[in-house]
Design a protein around this ligand. Structure first.
Ligand code: SF4
Length: 439
């Protein structure tokens, strides 16, 4: 039964969660359109009669957002505004049975690896010939590239392996083909993502092969920036730093979630490392790639975290002077190893500790940005806003890091352009400047 007066189905994909989910939605979009199914992504217009919600199941807040989104469309279906509602992604993978009970308005739930099954609902087949092709939902000039799926790490607090399975690397040839296709379509920046990017290759090449992958991607014509995300500290392949230092189109940027800065908490988290080893690695990274921007993510309020543990983390953050840092409050996730312990740090204390770390980071980020005043930086233009242009330097990843606000009175810049920007002011998280010279 089609909604009133509707001749043809139209699908709207709604993506929640991380960049890996964005890639999954883009692959879904490409396959549906490849099967001649009218499909859009995050369309604000409500002219779609079939909704696919690609969910996140990582931690409490993300799960709540996913459930609220599903319920919103379940109501729309109840009111006859849409005909079909499908749910995919991590929350669906993790809680399929419960969700089927609780939200019967949903026509079907799919796991994280069940795109072919979802396509069947549209009498469509998974088109192998489209592998390596991708319709982007981000701006065309940058694209996330997933180099592997799943994770073999035992981090005690993490539910991701429950939703994404074991680590599976994509062959270098396949990733290079994807990069070439993206470059052909105008993409200039590749953001390499995975659950653990430094584990790359161990399964299919029997060795950590991220450095080799980086070299191959760096040779792809048209790619001006390659950015590395989700590195893991333990067993970090140092040859990656040599390639980063030698290749101009690999950003001096590294995202490496460290999760904590106290050795006893790192042990409890089963991270396989210590504060001391993390500090050593940071030093090595800064020596091998001078001027690198280090991004990290931490967790406050892990079960058993004492005031002393927290003070140790504060000291670690102050000494490491990360260029970019985010912190979450611990979320007690069932079926994880940490769920066997008592979630004994009160929510208020978790939040206080997270705020304390962010206050320290704000000062560090302010000081680091002050040092950039007077400097000129290659900047990628992402968007125009309020008569100004907004861009990023090689030290900034989209959505999560600093931005450069650029005065360009004669408005001649284009999105996706690289320009040199002379910085004349800076705040905690943004730089301000004017175009020095077009590149
Ligand atoms: S490496 Fe990341 S994805 Fe893997 S278990 Fe640890 S925190 Fe989770």
């Amino acid at each position: 039964m089609k909604t009133k007066g509707r001749k043809k189905d139209k699908v709207n994909i709604v993506t929640l969660g991380c960049s890996k989910n964005i890639v999954d939605s883009e692959v879904m979009l490409t396959q549906l359109r490849g099967n001649k199914i009218d499909t859009t992504h995050e369309a604000s217009s409500d002219d779609a009669n079939i909704i696919i919600v690609n969910t996140c199941g990582f931690i409490d807040n993300a799960k709540q957002e996913s459930i609220d989104t599903i319920l919103r469309y379940a109501d729309a279906k109840q009111e006859g505004l849409i005909d079909k509602l499908y749910v995919s992604g991590c929350l669906s993978q993790r809680y399929k049975d419960d969700l089927e009970q609780e939200i019967p308005q949903v026509d079907a739930f799919f796991g994280t690896m069940e795109l072919p099954l979802l396509l069947k609902k549209f009498k469509a087949n998974y088109k192998q010939e489209l592998v390596g092709e991708r319709i982007l939902t981000t701006s065309n000039h940058y694209a996330y590239v997933k180099i592997s799926e799943g994770c073999d790490r035992p981090c005690s607090f993490c539910a991701i392996p429950l939703m994404r399975g074991k680590h599976v690397s994509k062959p270098i040839e396949q990733i290079v083909l994807e990069a070439k296709n993206l470059a052909k379509n105008g993409t200039k920046e590749l953001l390499l993502i995975a659950q653990d990017s430094t584990y790359y290759g161990l399964d299919i090449y029997g060795k950590r092969n991220l450095a080799e992958l980086l070299k191959n991607l760096s040779d792809v014509e048209g790619i001006e920036w390659i950015r590395l995300h989700y590195a893991f500290p333990t067993g970090f392949p140092l040859d990656v730093l040599d390639v980063m230092a030698e290749r101009d189109n690999i950003c001096n940027y590294l995202d490496m979630p460290l999760q904590h800065g106290s050795t006893s908490v790192l042990k409890a988290m089963r991270r396989g490392t210590t504060r001391e080893k993390q500090e050593e690695l940071i030093q090595t990274i800064r020596q091998k790639v001078p001027g690198i921007a280090l991004r990290t993510t931490l967790i406050a309020g892990y079960p058993g975290e004492t005031e002393a543990d927290f003070e140790e983390m504060v000291g670690f953050v102050e000494r490491s002077r990360f260029e970019r840092l985010g912190i979450f409050t611990y979320s007690h996730e069932e079926n994880t190893h940490a769920h066997n312990f008592t979630d004994d740090v009160p929510e208020t204390v978790k939040q206080q500790r997270a705020n304390t770390v962010m206050d320290i980071q704000e000062k560090i980020s302010f000081d680091i940005n002050q040092e950039k005043i007077g400097g000129t930086f290659k900047t990628l233009i992402d968007r125009a806003e309020g008569g100004k242009f907004i861009g990023r330097t090689e030290f900034d990843s989209p959505e999560v890091d600093n931005e450069v606000i650029i005065e360009s009175p004669d408005n001649h810049l284009r999105l996706g352009d690289f320009v040199n920007v002379k910085v004349n002011d800076a705040t905690e998280f943004d730089l301000y400047g004017e175009v020095a010279k077009e590149l």
